[in-house]
Design a protein around this ligand. Structure first.
Ligand code: NAD
Ligand code: AHE
Ligand code: ZN
Ligand code: ZN
Length: 374
């Protein structure tokens, strides 16, 4: 039977800075190469709050936010072959087409096949599948997981083992994969290395897990909110540091603590000043710093070029460098095999109606991840 437009509960971001509003929206059937997914659960990531705040140059309203989901295929459009109705899937804000220059390069996970339309809040054909009383509502990051039903291009779905609870593996749709992947794929931290991780939210704590799995000898966790330190230690941090306890720059503290600086550092906050500290706490000659945090429109990073001349490396990582369709299913398998836990991250669960509370908890520093159950 051909799929029809359906009604769906969704949390709509009508305008910058306004609380999300619960609405019943229309969700069109999936078109050629598209898939409609029934969401089962979604995490709330700081990037959702970042876009809602107006700091995201690509923010476009009204839209349906959310990009850390897990769901089940409800219907498929013409020509879709890689997923079927009933498959368990994780939406990908970084798709994998396998045929664009980026996919073929073997050097990056940043598939660009649909990046332009995705950045405009539209499906690849330049239109939206969401509306309310005839008014267009834009997609967000190609995923829009704060909706009971969402439509994605086939190339933006990772099919995962149905035995994995979607209420937990949804976190692999962004936060946990990003942190672990940045350590293992982007930096390729090796056994015995020293690591500094700035920001102990969902991303930084996942980087701690990655560093522990890589058998780093020292994992220094840095945050201004000390309530994050218990979990950081539990996941493998060897040192927890609050920069507010020192009257000198945090990079100087870390350089002293590590006989010249760390081998690798990760910025998991989105603060350009901390990005500088993260670079400058790296060891002369070889230290590498990875920017993961997303900074607001107009902000820029700076350091003395001498920092780079003397061998430090500054790089960045999106979605942990992970190729969603070919590599993410294996993260799910590793989770199922017990290599890492996801329950530690889930400090709160709630319904979609409560999504604004999830943002409040995040801003108050009280949550690691809130998972919305549909
Ligand atoms: P979060 O809000 O849960 O965590 C941020 C942490 O940083 C908090 O624990 C906070 O106390 C700490 N912090 C804030 N200011 C600090 C400072 N000056 N010094 C030390 N610690 C400080 O956020 P999250 O969901 O973990 O996301 C972190 C960042 O990563 C955000 O910028 C988000 O947009 C970005 N992100 C990037 C990617 C990517 O692919 N590159 C993916 C996901 C998230
Ligand atoms: N739209 C913003 C940048 C936002 C951004 O950097 N997003 C990350 C993912 S954050 C997930 O929580 C990302 O993957 N970026 C790569 C990409 O292609 O968007 C801006 O500054 O314009
Ligand atoms: Zn995210
Ligand atoms: Zn591609």
């Amino acid at each position: 039977m051909t799929a029809q437009t359906i009604k769906s509960k969704a949390a709509v971001a009508w305008a910058v800075g306004e609380p999300l509003s619960m609405e019943i929206v229309d969700v069109m059937p999936p078109q050629k190469g598209e898939v409609r997914v029934k969401m089962i659960a979604t995490g709330v990531c700081h990037t959702d709050a970042f876009t809602l705040s107006g700091d995201d140059p690509e923010g476009i309203f009204p839209c349906i936010l959310g990009h850390e989901g897990g769901g089940i295929v409800e219907s498929i459009g013409e020509g879709v072959t890689s997923v079927q109705v009933g498959d368990h899937v994780i939406p990908l804000y970084t798709p994998e087409c396998g045929e664009c220059k980026f996919c073929k390069s073997g050097k990056t996970n940043l598939c660009q096949k649909i990046r332009e339309t995705q950045g405009k809040g539209l499906m690849p054909d330049g239109t939206s599948r969401f509306s309310k009383d005839g008014q267009i509502i834009y997609h967000y990051m190609g995923t829009s997981t704060f909706s009971e039903y969402t439509v994605l291009p086939e190339i933006s779905l990772a099919k995962v083992n149905p035995e994995a609870p979607l209420e937990e593996v949804c976190l692999l749709g962004c936060g946990v994969t990003t942190g672990m992947g940045a350590v293992m794929n982007t930096a390729k931290v090796e056994e015995g290395a020293t690591v500094a991780i700035f920001g102990m939210g969902g991303i930084g704590l996942s980087a701690v897990i990655g560093a522990a799995m890589a058998k780093a000898s020292r994992i220094i966790a840095i945050d201004i909110n000390e309530s994050k330190f218990d979990l950081a230690r539990k996941l493998g941090a060897t040192d927890c540091i609050n920069p507010k306890d020192y009257d000198k720059p945090i990079q100087d503290v870390i350089v002293e603590l590590t006989d010249g600086g760390v081998d690798y550092s990760f910025e998991c906050i989105g603060n350009v000043h901390v990005m500088r500290s993260a670079l400058e706490c790296c060891h002369k000659g070889w230290g590498e710093s990875v920017v993961i945090g997303v900074a607001g429109a107009g902000q820029e990073i700076s350091t003395r070029p001498f920092q780079l001349v003397t061998g430090r490396v500054w790089k960045g990582s999106a979605f942990g460098g992970v190729k969603g369709r070919s590599e993410l299913p294996d993260y799910v398998e590793r989770y199922l095999a017990g290599e890492f836990k996801l329950s530690d991250f889930i400090t709160h669960t709630m319904s979609l109606e409560q999504v604004n509370e999830a943002f409040d908890l995040m801003h108050e520093g009280k949550s690691i991840r809130t998972v919305i159950h549909f």
